[in-house]
Ligand binder design. Sequence first.
Ligand code: 5AD
Ligand code: SF4
Length: 416
Amino acid sequence: MAAALGASGYDATDRAEEADMILLNTCHIREKAAEKVYSELGRLKALKLDNPDLRIGVAGCVAQAEGNEIMRRQPAVDLVVGPQAYHRLPEMARRAAAGDRVIDTEFPAEDKFDHLPRGPKMRRAPAAFLTVQEGCDKFCAFCVVPYTRGAEVSRPASRILAEARDLVERGVVEITLLGQNVNAYHGAGPDGDWSLARLIRELARVDGLERIRFTTSHPGDMADDLIEAIGSEARLMPYLHLPVQSGSDRILAAMNRKHTAESYIRLIERIRAARPDLMLSGDFIVGFPGETEADFADTMALVDEVVYGQAYSFKYSPRPGTPAAGKDPVPDVDKSDRLARLQALLGVQQRAAQDAMVGRVVQVLFERAGRREGQLVGKSEYLHAVHAICDVSSIGRILPVRITESAPNSLAGVLV
Ligand code: 5AD
Ligand code: SF4
């Protein structure tokens, strides 16, 4: 979005009071995230009193799902743009500047990525995201993604490779391949469709691209060749985000997850056999409609057995238009109680994984200056934030660090 607007004469500013255009990028995955948008808009509209030229826009999945409602609820909004229409922002911005209220939440036939400008050859931060896939065909019963982001689409492999090379030329050494259902990737290659594993193998040959990650994966799409790549590609980092959502087979079936607790656990065993140092991360939902205390106990048991290095957990939030919305709700007190118990358990595991790093040497990609004088911050292979005293010229380099200390949310160490 910044590149699209930049190409049509806008400059970025950090100060809202200076802006002629404010775009909120929004998330619709849970109700809390969506509601934030309206309170933020209420705050921003006051800026229009001092700057009548200010235009306010809403982008992202709330725009996609509730575009007309946003226009109705908040008259100060001039522009609503869904995630598939970002390449049309310059034209929309022109119309908004002329006084129109514009909304575009179409899924156009053309590919936005082909029309988004790459921008001038500016240096980039050492770690970047690269979208390889969008949308999802899985239709988990709780999830809005298949509706807001549409059907699963993979970008052509040649484009991804070209963009990766371009990022490396701009100073990027680590790329995280992004997709709502990334391991279902099957983009066109020169010799037929490429799997995610094939794409990773080719990316691993790009000179200067030292680290590759991918997120988010579905257990049903962990193909054999991907597990093999996890085991053999040194540039693929030993960290995998593989959401399970619940440990109860009854709830997993109601969620339309298409896997069981047992099949997930066996899958993790296979992946760990391929890459013993793998750190696992996951997502969990508590209080899905119909979840009993016994179902929740199954989730706790699964966490006990699998052991996560990092995890995200949420109370179930009914989303409009999804199959589970409105069914058999679990009382909020029970949701809160289960979430607290689950987060306590996950917290202990996360702490243990982090503390286990003390005394070890990890490879840190330094990304920026730390809070303390002379200190840099970077990420280990396992995505832990690591602080070390280090010359600023090391930003963008991967260096060995012996971990000496495990703080609440980060590690500290000394260069080896
Ligand atoms: N309620 C709560 N959590 C949800 N997620 C997706 N939809 C919902 C919902 N309706 C969580 C899932 C998913 C993560 C991105 O957000 O755990 O993996
Ligand atoms: Fe949503 Fe992920 Fe399920 Fe797709 S696989 S419907 S994105 S939770």
